[in-house]
Design a protein around this ligand. Structure first.
Ligand code: PA5
Length: 447
C-alpha cells in the first residue's frame, strides 16, 4: 500500500468522474504493453524492474567508493547533463539542509558540464583549486559535448594538482558498457567505472549508478531510496483498479485535460528544496512526450515565491494549462511564530502557529483561487520528504510518464529532436565531417 496519493477533487469541475472511469480499460492496455514489452520503445524498459533487481555487489561498491570520496575530498564534482545529472541533483537537494551545516551527512556536490558558460566553469576551477576534490563524470553516450569539455578542463586541473596517477584515483566514470569516448578514456586511464544499463535511458537512470553514486557521496540513504521505488513498483504492477493506481490515474487525468485544450502542465512545489525535483520532472515529461507535434508542455513553479511573479498569469492569463501541486504533509523541523507584545506588524493572530501551517493554508487558498480562476488542480500528496518517499515519487513519475506517452501515441523513450541543435553547433564549431553544413549555416547567420 503506498502513502502517495493523487487528489483530483479540484479537477472535477473540468473532468467528470464518469469520464475518468471510461479510461480504465485503455490505461490497463497500455500497462500491459509496458509490462509485456510490446509497446513503442520497448528496448528501453530496463527501469521497470530496476529498483528490485540491483546487484548487492554493485550496491556495496557504490557505498564503498562513496565512502572513499567522502574521506579524501572536501567536495565532489558531478559532471553530466540532462538525465546524467538532474536525478542526482533532485534527490540530493531535496534531502539536504538549505544551508551547509555541521550535521550534513556527506560531501557537498557541485556540478559541471550541464551548460557551456565560460564564467561558471572559470569560477568552478578557481573554487576547486585549493580544495581536495573528486570527479564523477557521467555520460551514457560518452560523447556529449558539454560534459566532455568540462571533464577535459577538470582532468587537466586534477592532473596538475595531484599528478596523473593520483588524479586517476579521484575520477569515477559512469558510462556505457562498450562504446563512447568516455568508456575508452576510462579504460586507458584506469578510472573506476560503472555501467549504465543498455536498456535504461538517461532520464530514467536515476536509480542506477548515475544517481546512486553521487547521492551516496552526498551522504543520503540510497537503500531507502531504492526500497521506496521498489515498493511503488510492486504496488503499481499489482493495482489494476484505476483509482488505486496513482500512476495510471495521473496519466489518465492529464491526458483528458490535454484533450480539452490544456496543453501545458505547471508542477508546483511549496518547498525550495524541491526545485530540482521539479526540474527533473520537466526533463522526464518534456523529453518523453514532446514529439510528433504533440505533448503537454511541462513548466515548473516554486510557491509561494513564484506567486509573486507567475501568480498573476496563472490566475488571470490564458487558460491553456492545468496545475499539479506536490504537497509534503510533514516538515522535518518545527518553527513556531512568536508573540510580540507590541504587535506592530499585526501578526499576533499567527502567534503560536507553526510556519508549516501557514504554508499549508497558503497552498489551500492558492489552490481554491486558481480553481476559481478556471485552472484545474491536481495534487500529489507525500507524507514527508525522506529517501523512501522520494524513491516512491521517482518511480511513480517514471511509470506515469511512460503510460502518459503511450496514451498520447508517442515513444516516451527516445529523443530524436535533441540531435538538431547538436548538428548545428558542431557545424558552427567546424567539427570535421560537418563542412557542408558549416558553409550553409554561416551564410544564414550573415543575412
Ligand atoms: O534523457 C536523456 O536521454 C538525455 O537527457 C541524456 O541524459 C542527456 O542528453 C545526456 O546524455 P549522455 O548521458 O549520453 O551524455
Amino acid at each position: 500500500m503506498t502513502k502517495l496519493k493523487i487528489n483530483y477533487q479540484q479537477a472535477i469541475p473540468f473532468v467528470s468522474e464518469e469520464e475518468i472511469r471510461l479510461f480504465e480499460k485503455e490505461i490497463n492496455l497500455y500497462r500491459d504493453h509496458l509490462y509485456q514489452g510490446i509497446g513503442k520503445g520497448s528496448d528501453f524498459l530496463g527501469w521497470i524492474d530496476l529498483p528490485g533487481s540491483i546487484d548487492p555487489d554493485l550496491m556495496h561498491r557504490i557505498e564503498s567508493d562513496a565512502s572513499n570520496i567522502r574521506k579524501e575530498s572536501d567536495v565532489a564534482v558531478v559532471v553530466g547533463i540532462g538525465g546524467s545529472y538532474l536525478g542526482a541533483r533532485a534527490v540530493t537537494e531535496a534531502l539536504s539542509e538549505a544551508f551547509e551545516g555541521a550535521d550534513e551527512p556527506g560531501t557537498p556536490l557541485v556540478y559541471a558540464g550541464h551548460h557551456l558558460d565560460e564564467d561558471y566553469h572559470h569560477a568552478l576551477l578557481r573554487y576547486l583549486q585549493d580544495k581536495d576534490y573528486s570527479v564523477i563524470v557521467i555520460s551514457k553516450s560518452g560523447t556529449t559535448t558539454e560534459p566532455a569539455v568540462a571533464f577535459r578542463l577538470l582532468r587537466k586541473q586534477l592532473e596538475e594538482k595531484y599528478g596523473r596517477e593520483k588524479a586517476a584515483g579521484r575520477i569515477y566514470a559512469v558510462t556505457d558498457a562498450q562504446k563512447g569516448a568516455l568508456k575508452q578514456l576510462a579504460g586507458e586511464q584506469g578510472y573506476a567505472s560503472y555501467v549504465i544499463p543498455d536498456d535504461v535511458g538517461g532520464r530514467y537512470s536515476v536509480l542506477t549508478p548515475v544517481g546512486l553514486l553521487p547521492i551516496a557521496v552526498a551522504g543520503h540513504d540510497i537503500r531507502s531510496l531504492l526500497t521506496g521505488a521498489k515498493d511503488m513498483a510492486a504496488h503499481l504492477k499489482k493495482e489494476e483498479k484505476l483509482h488505486d493506481n496513482p500512476a495510471a490515474l495521473y496519466a489518465v487525468i492529464r491526458n483528458m485535460l490535454y484533450k480539452k485544450g490544456r496543453t501545458m502542465e505547471i508542477l508546483a512545489g511549496y518547498k525550495p528544496s524541491m526545485h530540482y525535483m521539479i526540474e527533473w520532472w520537466k526533463q522526464l515529461f518534456g523529453e518523453s512526450e514532446g514529439k510528433e507535434g504533440k505533448g503537454i508542455f511541462p513548466a515548473g513553479v516554486n510557491f509561494t515565491t513564484d506567486l509573486h511573479s507567475m501568480g498573476q498569469y496563472i490566475q488571470d492569463g490564458i487558460k491553456n494549462f492545468f496545475e499539479t501541486v506536490i504537497s509534503i504533509k510533514k516538515t522535518q523541523h518545527e518553527v513556531v511564530i512568536p508573540n510580540d507584545p507590541e504587535n506592530l506588524d499585526g501578526l499576533n493572530y499567527l502567534q503560536g502557529k507553526r510556519l508549516g501551517f501557514v504554508n499549508e493554508m497558503a497552498s489551500r487558498g492558492t489552490m481554491l483561487a486558481h480553481v476559481d480562476g478556471s485552472v484545474p488542480n491536481l495534487e500529489i500528496e507525500l507524507p514527508r520528504l525522506n529517501a523512501y518517499h522520494l524513491g516512491e515519487l521517482i518511480y511513480f513519475f517514471e511509470m506515469a510518464c511512460a503510460l502518459s506517452g503511450y496514451m498520447l501515441g508517442v515513444n516516451p523513450f527516445d529523443q530524436p529532436g535533441v540531435e538538431d541543435y547538436k548538428r548545428n553547433m558542431f557545424a558552427l564549431l567546424e567539427k570535421p565531417g560537418f563542412e557542408e553544413e558549416t558553409a550553409r549555416l554561416k551564410k544564414r547567420l550573415k543575412k
